[in-house]
Design a protein. Structure first.
Length: 254
């Protein structure tokens, strides 16, 4: 398996640490160059954008490897370290914003890297206005996804863990099961700790598209013109068994 991964590894990031800011910048180039993968991100960003009613004061966490600002140009792009194209270096657990100053916080593949999500949610509660949103696309825990993430993915996927991630590095620290843990397995705990928030929607999506795209770490495995028929096929599958990701939408109660 390691031999195959090495052959398929994308040449731009082979051998680079995920904690290296250069890797984040290169990953944006990879997304833009792989037509099938770019279509995935376009769909993800459209899903997130559709959840937002107000777009004047929106913070995006983990912007360095993405292009959500193409959809909302005024978005406050941020990253945990300095990298090209961002407006702010910020830690999700210590947000540099006044109380009640944001309409929303959005993120793509970021929540499961936050070392202390309880602290992040506390900060989000402070910064976001009543009626505001947290919207994210994150890995999800279906039977199929769990097998894929444990056997084929480089990041940890520990569905029996708690809410804290060992802080091994800004991006290498991760638990792909964390969004499912907080918003599904421990939903009653979430409701008790954060009664101000309502989980408006959890929509499991994409059983195979990201996997066959090769993601940001592997070479392109699928041409872009096959995106539409494959997405059509995916929608025929039972999302609770097969989906690898989920759109998660939270709203701060008025």
């Amino acid at each position: 398996m390691g031999f195959i991964k090495n052959i398929l590894a994308h040449p731009l990031t082979r051998g680079l640490s995920v904690d290296d800011p250069q890797t984040t910048a290169l990953r944006l180039d990879i997304i833009q160059s792989k037509s099938y993968l770019k279509k995935i991100y376009l769909e993800w960003y459209q899903l997130i954008q559709a959840t937002l009613e107000k777009k004047e004061h929106v913070l995006e966490l983990g912007s360095g490897a993405g292009f959500f600002s193409d959809f909302i140009p005024e978005v406050i792009t941020s990253e945990i370290f300095e990298t090209p194209g961002i407006k702010l270096v910020a830690d999700a657990c210590m947000l540099p914003f006044p109380d009640n100053s944001l309409d929303a916080i959005v993120m793509t593949d970021v929540f499961h890297h936050i070392p202390d999500v309880e602290q992040f949610l506390t900060e989000a509660t402070r910064c976001i206005k009543k009626g505001g949103k947290i919207s994210m696309i994150e890995p999800w825990c279906s039977p199929w996804a769990k097998w894929v993430y444990i056997n084929l993915h480089s990041e940890p996927f520990e569905d029996e863990s708690g809410w804290i991630i060992p802080d091994t590095g800004p991006l290498s620290g991760a638990n792909g099961a964390l969004p499912w843990i907080v918003f599904d397995r421990d939903k009653s705990t979430f409701d008790e700790k954060f009664p101000e928030w309502e989980v408006v929607n959890i929509e499991p999506i994409m059983p195979v598209s990201y996997l066959i795209s090769g993601g940001v770490s592997m070479r392109s495995l699928m041409p872009g013109f096959l995106y539409a028929p494959i997405r059509w096929f995916e929608k025929l599958l039972n999302k609770n068994i097969w989906s690898m990701f989920a759109l998660i939408e939270l709203e701060l109660k008025s």
